[in-house]
Ligand binder design. Structure first.
Ligand code: SF4
Length: 210
């Protein structure tokens, strides 16, 4: 990333961190995915039960690979499960839930859409600790900008990634469809962490995911 851009984005990141903390979220700003992975490794304890929300960011940053090869934890693996819905249910009792977010606002809110709803449900309630790993590309000014980001970037690209036959994969932006394949059945804005520190946002000064 260009140094001039980085210096401004760092200011945005610091403002976001303060606003997240005011809302009882924890936040750590890290330089890159390497630092993020080391931090996650330090936060997940031996014998922890760990689950994940669907996330390109977790794949790109090596988190999924680390979980798959970690013998010290119980990884509830949705990707290789015979019945993923059973894993979605079990995730509510996990010690740690790792996910990303569709958007993070500078005033400290997490904005997400979800198809099944398992990801946003677990972010709201259940797992003892939720770690939200996000690239700086998902940082936007406010909730309106978050919705715009989701409708024009996050949801259409994820529909392509998941091979969904939804209108946005052809138009490139949300058509507010009623398709059975839609990934946007639920829209959730988390404005606070109800339990202080339960949700920990790791904000990377690099791009990741959609
Ligand atoms: S509501 Fe439908 S068209 Fe809009 S982003 Fe979601 S899946 Fe795509």
């Amino acid at each position: 990333m260009d140094n001039n851009m980085k210096s401004i984005l760092k200011i945005h990141a610091e403002q976001t961190k303060k606003n997240l903390e005011d809302r009882q979220f924890e936040c750590t700003i890290v330089e890159d995915e390497k630092e993020a992975l080391e931090l996650i490794k330090s936060m997940v304890k031996v014998n922890d039960v760990v689950s994940v929300g669907g996330s390109q960011t977790l794949f790109e940053t090596g988190v999924i690979e680390w979980l798959e090869n970690n013998q010290d934890i119980t990884y509830l693996d949705r990707y290789h499960a015979e019945d993923p819905h059973q894993v979605f249910h079990s995730a509510f009792n996990a010690d740690v839930y790792l996910t990303s977010t569709n958007a993070l606002t500078m005033d400290g809110k997490l904005v997400n859409v979800d198809g099944n709803g398992n990801r946003v449900a677990a972010m709201i309630y259940g797992p003892k600790k939720v770690i939200v790993l996000t690239g700086i590309n998902k940082l936007v000014k406010d909730e309106a900008a978050a919705v715009e980001r989701i409708k024009t970037i996050a949801a259409p690209i994820n529909c392509v990634r998941l091979n969904k036959q939804t209108p946005c994969t052809k138009t490139g932006h949300c058509m507010d469809c009623l398709s059975a394949s839609r990934i946007c059945a639920s829209s959730v804005t988390q404005t606070r962490s109800q339990t202080k520190g339960r949700i920990h946002v790791i904000l990377m000064m690099q791009e990741a995911g959609y």
